[in-house]
Structure formats: structure tokens, C-alpha cells
Design a protein around this ligand. Structure first.
Ligand code: NGS
Length: 286
């Protein structure tokens, strides 16, 4: 009966700790897209992924506890392609993780900083995550050695994107995929909420890190390779004309513009088979 099953299946505490280096990780990855892959197909290929996009290695206690936070807006197809690649990639790393998609659903302008703040706040309510990967929806990792854990400093993971010929477009570029421990996030007072539209919020985050006397770490460029999926210009995400002005004020504003004055309403939190979907409404731009 049930008692027997419980006796036979070991609890997490009984499991040996996972090895430092997972035996399942390989090297460079070929990124290709099967046409018309459905969420059902992806779920079938990843039977160990649990409701909400949750995974933990079945046979060992994970060393890393990572939330993946993907802000998105009208890019469902990209999200599916990213999930197709990311789930097997994360399982090979033997980490404990959940994928959260943070979805802005309103008719206002896109606000990436704010979505990432909400992602942090809502995800930390669910679990005591030790590492947060803030992950653009259009970037697919191209090397298995890009381990999704955190380091002593905030980390910029997407240092070598194919669109930029596998180099940083400029020295302090911090866009794409970044990994912070909760303590890093709290130290910089979260991300800016006041960048509406495209550009600058990632530079602001980098400034906040430097202003707080931290450095930005990077994986070796050969491991930090990403493929950027092609897309046209997103409607409602026009370049923000205020971004340069805002950036000139980061050193004054970082203490005040932050996770605490975060106005939003969470419209829904849905556990789908491959990810937890957080849908929010921000209301008026300010
Ligand atoms: C900079 C933007 C960043 C952006 C980067 C790469 O100019 O937010 O380009 O953009 N900073 C400002 O506008 C101040 S990309 O080529 O990926 O579209 O991330």
C-alpha cells in the first residue's frame, strides 16, 4: 500500500549530495529549432519536470537552487523555443530550479526592470532561492558548461552572443542573462522601475552594482555563448528617449527607485507543466 511506497522512496535528506560537476554536461550545443514544437511535445520530452516548471534531480541532493526569471511580452513562440532548450540543459546540470515567466499584460509600455523586480518578489515567496537568473526570452545558451549557479559577485552570463559576433558590444554591457544572489539584489535595492520602453535599464543595473562596490563576474567567453533568436521591433517597446537622462541620475536615484515602491497587480499565477506564469498589470507609466 501507500506506506510501503513511502518506505521505498527515499526522502531528499537520504540522498547523497550531487557531485560538484554533473556527469551529464557536455560541451558546445547545437541550437536548432524543430518546426512547430508544441508545449505538449516539450513536456513529453521532459517527464521529470514537475508542474510549474519545477525540477530537482531525482537521485541526488542538488547543490544549487536557482530560479529562472524570464520577462516577456507577446513573444510566446520565443518562450516555447527557449523552454525546449532550457529544460534539458538545466536537468543535465543537476540543479534544483523553477522557470518563471513574468508576463506584462497591459497596453502600456514594456518595463523590463519592473518585471524583473516583480519576478524576484513573487519567486522568493515560493522558495528560498539562492540564485536568480534574469533571462531574456530570446537567448539560448550554446554551451553546457555555462552552469546556472551564482558566484560571489553578480554575474553577467550572456557575454558572447552570436548577434554581437560573440563579443561584448561595449565593455559595461550587462544585458541578456544575469545571475544574482538575493543578497546582491537587496544590496543594490533591486532594479529600476522607471525605464519604460527599450534601453538603458541594464546599464542602470550595472551602475547600481558598481556604486555598491561590487564587481561583475563573467563565465569564460567560450562558455558564455548564446544564440539570439531573430525578432522584429516589438510594438510598445520603442526606444526610451529618457534613458540617457535617467542613467545620468542613477547615482542619486538607486536608493529610492527600487523594489519597495513597486506598484503592480498580479492578475494571475498559473502553474503550467513547463513554467510558472506570472501575469501582471502595471497601470499607468510614471
Ligand atoms: C545599449 C542600450 C542597452 C542595450 C544595448 C544592446 O545602447 O540597454 O545597447 O542592445 N543602452 C542604452 O540605450 C543606454 S541590443 O543591440 O541588444 O538591442 O542592452
Amino acid at each position: 500500500g501507500l506506506d510501503q511506497i513511502q518506505l521505498l522512496s527515499p526522502t531528499k535528506e537520504d540522498l547523497p549530495t550531487c557531485p560538484k560537476t554533473s556527469p551529464f554536461i557536455g560541451g558546445p550545443l547545437k541550437v536548432s529549432f524543430p518546426l512547430d514544437v508544441t508545449l505538449d511535445d516539450i513536456a513529453q520530452k521532459n517527464p521529470l519536470v514537475q508542474l510549474g516548471g519545477h525540477y530537482q534531480p531525482p537521485n541526488c541532493g542538488a547543490l544549487h537552487h536557482t530560479a529562472i526569471i524570464i520577462p516577456y511580452w507577446a513573444r510566446r513562440k520565443h518562450l516555447h523555443q527557449l523552454l525546449y532548450h532550457l529544460h534539458p540543459f538545466l536537468q543535465r546540470q543537476q540543479i534544483h530550479c523553477t522557470i518563471y515567466a513574468v508576463h506584462q499584460m497591459d497596453n502600456y509600455t514594456f518595463n523590463r526592470g519592473k518585471l524583473l523586480n516583480v519576478g524576484f518578489k513573487e519567486d522568493m515567496k515560493e522558495n528560498n532561492w539562492q540564485c536568480l537568473y534574469f533571462h531574456d526570452v530570446d537567448l539560448i545558451p550554446k554551451d553546457d558548461c555555462n552552469i546556472y549557479d551564482c558566484s560571489a559577485f553578480p554575474m553577467h552570463a550572456s557575454v558572447a552572443i552570436d548577434k554581437f559576433q560573440y563579443e561584448l558590444p561595449y565593455e559595461t554591457y550587462f544585458g541578456g542573462v544575469m545571475a544574482l544572489q538575493p543578497t546582491h539584489y537587496l544590496k543594490i535595492n533591486g532594479f529600476p522601475n522607471n525605464y519604460w520602453g527599450w534601453g538603458g535599464e541594464d546599464d542602470d543595473i550595472a551602475s547600481r552594482i558598481f556604486l555598491n562596490k561590487m564587481l561583475i563576474s563573467q563565465p569564460p567567453a567560450v562558455f558564455g555563448r548564446y544564440h539570439m533568436m531573430k525578432h522584429g521591433h516589438d510594438r510598445g517597446n520603442k526606444a526610451n528617449p529618457k534613458r540617457f537622462h535617467l542613467l545620468s541620475k542613477t547615482h542619486l536615484r538607486w536608493r529610492y527607485n527600487r523594489m519597495n515602491n513597486l506598484l503592480y497587480s498580479l492578475l494571475s499565477k498559473e502553474q503550467t507543466p513547463l513554467y510558472t506564469n506570472l501575469t501582471m498589470h502595471f497601470g499607468i507609466d510614471y
